[in-house]
Ligand binder design. Sequence first.
Ligand SMILES: NC(=O)c1ccc[n+]([C@@H]2O[C@H](COP(=O)([O-])OP(=O)(O)OC[C@H]3O[C@@H](n4cnc5c(N)ncnc54)[C@H](O)[C@@H]3O)[C@@H](O)[C@H]2O)c1
Length: 483
Amino acid sequence: MSFDGSKAFVAAIAGPNYPAPVKAVETMQKAARLNRDEAIAIEGETFTYCAKTKTAECLVQVFLGDQYLKKVSKTVTKNAKPTKYASVLGAGIMGGGIAYQSASMGVPVLMKDIKTEQLDLGMNEASKLLNKEVERKKMTTEKMAKVISQITPTLSYSDFSNTQFVVEAVVENEKIKKSVLAEVEKSTSPETVLASNTSTISITRLAEGLSRPEKFCGMHFFNPVHRMPLVEIIRGAKTSEETIAQAVNYANQMGKTPIVVNDCAGFLVNRILFPYFKGFVHLIEDGVDFQRIDKVMEKFGWPMGPAYLLDVVGIDTGVHAAKIMADAFPDRMSYLTKTILDVMYENKRFGQKNGLGFFEYEVDKKGKPVKKVNPSVYELIKPVVKNEITVTDEDIIMRMMIPMITEASRCLEDKIVATPVEVDMGLLLGLGFPPFRAGALKYADSIGMKNLEEISKKFHSIGHMYEFTPFMKGMAAENKTYY
Ligand SMILES: NC(=O)c1ccc[n+]([C@@H]2O[C@H](COP(=O)([O-])OP(=O)(O)OC[C@H]3O[C@@H](n4cnc5c(N)ncnc54)[C@H](O)[C@@H]3O)[C@@H](O)[C@H]2O)c1
């Protein structure tokens, strides 16, 4: 292949935000006809150029962030007992995924549900994932059979006394979760750690009915479990450090990256995500096309724009969680009027799960959902549009990103996590924040707090989520950075 052809090929894969791969091809092209010393000089120049880019600085930060998380994990789990046998309650999307992940990483697991058909579905999902691994030649059929034999479906608690760790992943209903947790506590040994995979319910509240609340924590996996690297380990008011250590250890055994966070609505990642969604809702109200918002945010570096992301998360799930976030943080997360999300929900547009959301989805030959736009969706949007405002692409970015940055800063200020690195790595691993920007707080640093404060003032009339906290104002006044 000619150099120009390979340059175009490499550029298409690397994208405009990662200059090094194309520079590498250019360097080979320039150096091809030179002698060794001349070629080394050119290589040196290119290396210096790449090393000084913002992308390199951010990618180095991501590497350091990853090392930091590993170091914290190692310290936390110094005296932790490994989980030899685990169990999962609920064989749904998440329970099935957690059971698969545990078994495929060598920790056998009991998977309990109240319905036989759900257990069958859970086992089928695991088999599908394993078959794909075999098709891709990443796993032998012997290994596949071994993994499947490590998941034991059950309708009873009879073998639970042997498990050291239980992950609860039943429906998102506080009453049901509390009763299931109380039940399982009675069926396990006093040493067993219980963890809930709730995405919104307070861990401190879920612990209320337990006789061993110190043995209980949150363990928030992301969907799809086998792909998403992050697990938030949530410390409730009564969770012991020993329990946290065992949960971090089990997450590591499953090949995941755990981050320990203190209990609050949305924990770390969803708490920061919902103000970003609110930025999207208000842009729609100001007459900005959802397809344009998605394109701008994808160009910014997100793997998918907010409309597409809401479709993937599930608009019903989004509406439910947005209400919990609004109750917890009314000053900046509540809505005064019906939003586009409410309208979508009322019209049963739940997103990818039923093929209808902002976009519409059809399954292709490989079973993958393909999105397309049905112009009729604009008829649903019309009634919630309150203004017709002209915005620049930069306005869209700032209106989406400032609420995310201010909430990220609040999480740090409220000590939900200890460091900016944990905030930013949580966003990278849990949401796919663009690595070449290294996270919301690193991105804020790159703009400069003084600069950002000035920009944010332009949007104060939209809502409190655009207002700097006193801490952020102090940083701006003193020209400080998070890193
Ligand atoms: N789906 C996601 O994207 C996602 C992501 C992170 C966390 N979560 C959380 O994970 C949990 C499960 O979500 P899901 O999407 O897998 O739900 P789901 O509806 O797919 O599965 C729930 C399962 O729980 C079973 N169940 C109900 N009551 C039970 C009981 N008493 N004992 C045992 N099993 C019981 C149901 O039969 C069902 O199989 C929820 O708390 C949810 O908030 C979901």
